[in-house]
Design a protein around this ligand. Structure first.
Ligand code: NAD
Ligand code: SST
Ligand code: ZN
Ligand code: ZN
Length: 387
């Protein structure tokens, strides 16, 4: 199969079906070793398969940049789309779809009119590209995570950035300083999620904070809350190994193991004892109903439960406890305007996200990387694919 540059241009981003229908698109046989220049990518499909595909190497059109993707982290949502085929009612896997949205890479070629980038520049790739039209309220007012026409890579139908050659609009790339690696650049995506939550939660210096869940989002929220001056911080999880990881990451954090069979009120009691009182802010990073309840019962009068985790379509809330304690409940949907801040915090040494990467795989082994990311027994926090 040839890997010549084609005229696919914009269609690569905006018409994912054209990629699937392109004569150079094909699913690789297991164990097949494609040439090192081939545009291979990891795709999932409605049959819950994950496999390598080869797709055409795109050519940058006006305003676009062709990137060599150098590092991509696997997000829980990539695994979820592969294994469950949907997230909620609106994001449904109906065809072959490319995975990956936590990526950083190197500029290879720029399209017409692109003056800010040149070959060799190192960038973090913002995973969601909103429409940017003046007629779009969300885009015009800067809350572009609400753009109804956003192209969010790796959310069906849009193919992901877990590929060798990726086309991206020039304005939605962020320069990496020399002291920020591709690996750290790719981690700026989940960091952007946590920072958006921290910003909207109103966290202040010295606030006592609970983080529910010590997965990648909980751990990055923990690092961010620590950098923002939260004290004390308590973190929960169902697994002692994840709490041990949290303790290594932020030695001052207090940990509470959530034991199956205990009620949210009992768990909250243990959390309040660990913190020395009720918490002003709970950053909920699991989306699990019982954990949301635990967060609610751990929160002080006038405090806030800030929910970053996503979960079941419908959940019951302890309504009267929230009411009688003036507890605010807020949610985060992806992020807007967070990448520059994320890169500054990493470059400036305020947030060290490197320890989150526990496993690294070459692009050719992306399928194995997915199996490790999906198997809790492997103990992975963040699995990275590097090229
Ligand atoms: N709001 C957004 O825009 C956004 C963006 C990215 C991820 N997310 C969501 O954030 C959540 C966390 O992401 P992640 O990648 O860290 O997921 P993850 O599944 O790797 O981690 C979740 C952690 O929560 C723990 N957990 C589960 N039930 C618990 C309970 N009852 N009490 C305490 N801990 C419990 C698990 O053991 C696990 O360690 C997911 O729901 C994910 O979909 C939301
Ligand atoms: O990091 C961003 C998240 O993973 C996405 O919102 C995804 O869950 C759905 O598109
Ligand atoms: Zn994600
Ligand atoms: Zn828009």
């Amino acid at each position: 199969m040839s890997t010549t540059t084609t005229e696919i241009g914009n269609a690569e981003i905006y018409s994912p079906l054209k990629v699937l229908q392109h004569p150079e698109f094909r699913i690789l046989s297991p164990g097949e070793k494609p040439p090192s220049t081939a545009n291979i990518a990891a795709f999932y499909n409605p049959a819950h398969e994950i496999h390598l595909v080869e797709k055409p190497k795109p050519k940058p059109g006006p305003g676009q940049v062709l990137l060599h993707v150098r590092a991509t982290g696997i997000c829980g949502s990539d695994v979820h789309f592969w294994q469950h085929g949907r997230i909620g009612d609106s994001m449904v896997v109906t065809d072959e779809c490319g995975s990956g949205h936590e990526s950083a890479g190197e500029v290879v070629e720029v399209g017409e009119g692109v003056t800010q980038w040149k070959a060799g520049d190192r960038v973090a790739i913002e995973a969601g590209v909103p429409c940017s039209q003046p007629s779009c309220d969300a885009c015009r007012t800067g809350r572009y995570n609400a753009c109804p026409d956003v192209v969010f890579f790796s959310t069906p139908p849009f193919h992901g950035t877990l590929t060798r050659w990726h086309l991206h609009p020039a304005q939605w790339l962020h320069r990496l300083p020399d002291n920020v690696s591709f690996e750290e650049g790719s981690l700026c995506e989940p960091l952007a999620v946590a920072l958006a939550g921290i910003e909207r939660s109103g966290l202040r210096l010295g606030d006592p904070v609970l983080v529910c869940g010590a997965g990648p989002i909980g751990l990055i929220s923990l690092l961010s809350a620590r950098a923002a001056g939260a004290e004390p911080i308590v973190i929960t999880d169902l697994f002692q190994s994840r709490l041990d990881f949290a303790k290594k990451l932020v030695p001052g954090v207090r940990t509470v193991l959530i034991k199956r069979g205990t009620t949210p009120k009992e768990q909250a009691q243990e959390i309040k004892e660990a913190a020395g009182g009720a918490l002003k802010l709970c950053l909920e990073c699991t989306g699990v109903e019982s954990s949301v309840h635990t967060a609610v019962y751990s929160t002080q009068f006038g405090g806030k439960v800030f929910i970053i985790g996503v979960g079941k379509n419908e959940q019951v809330f302890p309504f009267m406890h929230l009411s009688a304690n003036e507890i605010d409940v807020s949610f985060q949907y992806r992020y807007a305007n967070q990448y520059p801040k994320a890169i500054r915090l990493v470059a400036g040494g305020l947030i060290d996200i490197k320890p989150l990467v526990t496993h690294r795989f070459p692009l050719e082994d992306a399928v194995s990387a997915f199996h490790v990311a999906a198997d809790p027994a492997q103990g992975a926090i963040k699995v990275q694919i590097q090229d």
